[in-house]
Design a binder for this molecule. Sequence first.
Ligand code: 5GP
Length: 117
Amino acid sequence: MSDDTLFAKIVRKEIPSDMVYQDDLVTAFRDISPAAPTHILIVPNKIIPTVDDVEAEDELALGRMFTVAKKLARDEGIAADGYRLIVNCRDHGGQEVYHIHMHLVGGRPLGPMMRRG
Ligand code: 5GP
């Protein structure tokens, strides 16, 4: 498996980011082009390209992404009002970086999830 995704380089601190959390399984850093007052990306340290590549052995890291999302939402002061977690998969999902990531987005009303039709 490639060890050369943009987000893997951020995890390894080979390129700079505004990192807000890191442990043995996941890393979180602010999106370079935020869509809302809070826009944080939470990634597994291990490269998993897409949701379609997830294996049972990844369940611990993927679960950790949720507990870290909860913690960071509280840290950011957006937990009470609510927020959105987004994971895009491949082309139709709008995935740009092929290293699974959860977007934690909030800090303002986000409106409907997506346009219908
Ligand atoms: P996707 O569309 O793959 O779900 O989301 C990729 C996200 O990565 C986008 O929101 C984009 O702004 C963000 N991004 C792309 N390049 C960088 C970068 O170099 N640093 C950071 N912090 N975020 C990035």
